[in-house]
Design a protein around this ligand. Sequence first.
Ligand code: SF4
Ligand code: FES
Length: 250
Amino acid sequence: MTFTIDGKEAEARPGTTVLQIAREMDIDIPTLCHHEALQPYGACRLCVVEVQRGNRTRIVTSCNYPADSGMVVQTTSDRVRAVRKLVLELLLARCPNVKIVKELAQEYDIHEPRFKTGNNFCILCGQCVRACREVVGVEAIGFASRGVSREVAPPFFDPAKQCIGCGSCVYICPTGIITMEDVQNAQYHSPGGGYAMGSQRIMHNWKQTFRMAECKTCGKPFMPQVQIDYIAEKFNIPRAELEVCKTCKP
Ligand code: SF4
Ligand code: FES
């Protein structure tokens, strides 16, 4: 089971993608929606390569294209570069101030997009949506609207009811448009009624605020209480094991 990629012989192990093999061989293929921890998505189309089988040549997205014996892959052909350039030009028009887009566009010699520019900071890579669903097991956010108005939002643009404030979306977002803030000594609605003082985590984009649990050993706020409850229930872990912060864990 071998194939060639940029003239080099590669092994097509079952279940591997062209992108995976290329990365193992230190062949650079740009990606914007791919993340090792998530299922391949095939949305940004930046990872395109040219695949030849017999007399037939196709442009495919390498992040979800299975590596297969006998094929000939080119990662930097003229056709490949032309597709990537168009993808980047469209992205640069949508998100002219996103660092990663600007850097990639420069690499591909695109400075002024021919299309109408906006000032969006979401590249629609879907990593936040997928991390929430695939890794955390929650579906707090999803894609809403269509075309140029497409955006990530909680259902019906309401405060995200299912969000547990874990911050996975913040960590994974390649543009930094998702933000959260931990606030000390905030006033919050006490579960027993009335108000109490404590620390809070605010998920700005998803319009949610969470009470932070304090570490049972050092007393520092470290994780939203809702997240502790969620993990305890989902993985059947005794709460006592979760109520201690990383630093104080034996
Ligand atoms: S908010 Fe960030 S992670 Fe989510 S789709 Fe937009 S760019 Fe990607
Ligand atoms: S990385 Fe393959 S389509 Fe986005």
